[in-house]
Design a protein around this ligand. Structure first.
Ligand SMILES: [Zn+2]
Ligand SMILES: [Zn+2]
Length: 554
């Protein structure tokens, strides 16, 4: 979305109006707070008079009172580190993530048990710490940290500039107070960010508590998520209320149909009454029966082909089917019943590549299916079973919706966008493609094809080139030369595309450098990559798109 509105929308709009309501509103870059300016010596008592002590975990009554800041005074000898981050536009606290790194001999902190269970470090502000991160639902936290020298950075996913709070000496007796503003620099008006494959405590193979899962997504700027535990579905609404995040994140009830031998399939949204363990069982004799059953019990459900090339277990459908992207042949005929394909499964960064194929390999294989006429939309999800080394929301998706306010978006808006294939995936840049003014998923009239692509990325996200690909061939390799302005790199390209037949046309970004250590701690560095779904060009204007075949060029 472009900026928070929600129920406090009137105030937000008034503020926006004063600042100018134009489409792009990158303001001060927000990183100009030098280390010294960012540290305010605490000289007032630190108390939290307004939040009742009995606000329990998971309690729907425990929502944080928004109009009563709990960080307002500080104790003279408070050893805790105090953090206060506000939205540069609205001035209020917002979900964000603090990364703490030890420097000059100080070790990184490690909060929580392993990386599936963070620890509540500030109950009043619902701040949860895990690994070297503190996740803050409203930009505030007060917590203990061993003495040392630390670098503090704050992030909020891929639409915000990074806030560098500098390097601070913490003597362990009197904690520093770190303040700053986060600035949204990327304009995604009309779209929401979404994650369609995450696990939590209900899964047999995951221990992340529900409220920690919700918070871990919200601090990455994820606005819509489908919970997809293995053959089971929890209720995430109490967790969202407990964190006070109703205006920031929308939950869809979902499931990962775990049919080893056939594959794993995301199914969302599910009606309230559907119990995946009972209604979406996977003891059917074949794949079609499994998918048919899902559509019967959950009309309108999106069926997503998860990690199609995971080979460690018999759970990758394309691998099991023996699909060869070079010849287009397979041992079993590929099903065309999927709405979406997870071409990037973030879990792959923690697996050897022979276990869970590299994203480029999966994208290329998906392109081979496009050659054959398959139309499932590409999506990217984390498949996170963790909090840190398999960071949730990396990658995620952008969808065109009628109302991009996460407090107002509905399941139906999300499924409509996915069915229209109007979706792009990203771990960094925000990429928008039009061909002859048509959006991804649409049919564009030929024979001329004029490509218009715009890329935006916060300055801290690596970005080198944008590729235009038609019928599996790279038609243009466009170098991003724009210099960052107010924390944003933004460039637009227009070019004609010489075609000789009907073609699918899409765009993707490349970057040599990976993302930095604020993102998470996967075993291999997280690449910066964005990919759109294709616009289909009807070159011969016969009113329909004809796929080129496995070897057919553009
Ligand atoms: Zn799976
Ligand atoms: Zn999974």
């Amino acid at each position: 979305m472009r900026r928070a509105r929600g129920r406090a929308g009137l105030g937000g709009c008034l503020v926006a109006g004063l600042l100018g309501c134009g489409p792009a509103t990158p303001r001060d870059a927000g990183t100009d707070l030098g280390a010294l300016d960012a540290i305010v010596a605490p000289d007032l008592p630190w108390v939290h008079p307004d939040v009742p002590d009995d606000a329990g975990m998971g309690s729907s009554d425990g929502a944080i009172p928004r109009d009563r800041p709990s960080v307002d005074r500080e104790l003279p000898d408070d050893p805790r580190v105090n953090v206060l981050v506000t939205d540069g536009l609205r001035g209020e606290g917002l979900p964000c993530k603090l990364t703490i790194e030890g420097v000059e001999g100080t070790r990184d902190p490690h909060f929580g048990e392993g990386d599936q269970r963070g620890v509540m470090v500030d109950r009043d502000n619902r701040a949860i710490a895990t690994g070297r991160w503190v996740l803050m639902p409203r930009g505030r936290a007060s917590f203990m940290l061993p003495p040392g020298r630390y670098r503090f950075r704050v992030t909020r996913g891929t639409e915000y500039d990074q806030l560098d709070l500098g390097v601070v000496n913490h003597d362990g007796r009197r904690g520093p107070t770190l303040r700053g503003e986060l600035h949204r620099v990327v304009n995604t008006e009309g779209e929401v960010s979404a994650e369609f494959h995450v696990h939590s405590e209900p899964s047999f193979d995951c221990d992340v508590p529900l409220e920690q899962r919700v918070l871990s997504l919200a601090v990455e700027g994820v606005e819509v998520f489908a919970s997809t535990d293995h053959d089971i579905a929890g209720d995430f609404r109490p967790a969202i209320r407990f964190l006070g995040l109703e205006r920031h994140i929308h939950w869809m009830k979902g499931d990962e149909i775990t049919a080893d031998g056939f594959g794993h399939f995301g199914a969302y949204p599910l009606p309230e009454a559907v119990d995946p363990a009972r209604d979406l069982t996977h003891d059917e004799p074949n794949l079609m029966a499994i998918l048919d059953r899902a559509r019967r019990v959950a009309p309108g459900v999106i069926l997503q082909l998860n990690h199609p090339m995971w080979n460690e277990y018999p759970i990758g459908y394309w691998s099991l089917a023996g699909f060869d992207p070079t010849t287009g042949m397979s041992r079993m005929a590929l099903s065309s019943l999927f709405d979406t394909v997870e071409v990037w499964n973030g879990h792959n960064l923690n697996e050897p590549l022979e276990f869970n194929a590299d994203v480029d390999q999966v994208i290329d294989t998906w392109m081979a299916t496009l050659q054959l006429g398959f139309r499932a939309a590409a999506v990217g999800n984390s498949d996170s079973h963790r909090l840190t080394h398999n960071p949730p929301g990396w990658p995620h998706n952008y969808l065109r919706v009628a109302n991009d306010d996460p407090g107002e978006v509905t399941d139906a808006m999300v499924t409509m966008a996915l069915r229209a294939r109007d979706v792009s995936l990203t771990s960094g840049p925000y990429l928008q493609l039009r061909v002859n003014n048509r959006r991804p998923g649409e049919l564009a009239p030929g024979p001329e094809a004029r490509v218009s692509v715009e890329v935006q990325a916060p300055a801290w996200i690596p970005l080198d080139t944008v590729e235009i690909i038609a019928n599996r061939r790279v038609m243009a390799n466009l170098t991003v030369t724009a210099t960052p302005e107010r924390g944003l790199v933004r460039q637009r390209f227009e070019l004609p595309l010489p075609l000789r037949r009907d073609a699918w046309v899409l765009a993707r970004t490349r970057a040599r450098a990976p993302l930095d250590r604020t993102v998470g701690a996967p075993a291999r560095p997280m690449p910066s990559l964005a990919l759109t779904n294709p616009v289909y060009v009807d070159f011969d204007n016969n009113g329909r798109y004809e796929p080129p075949g496995i070897q057919g060029g553009p």
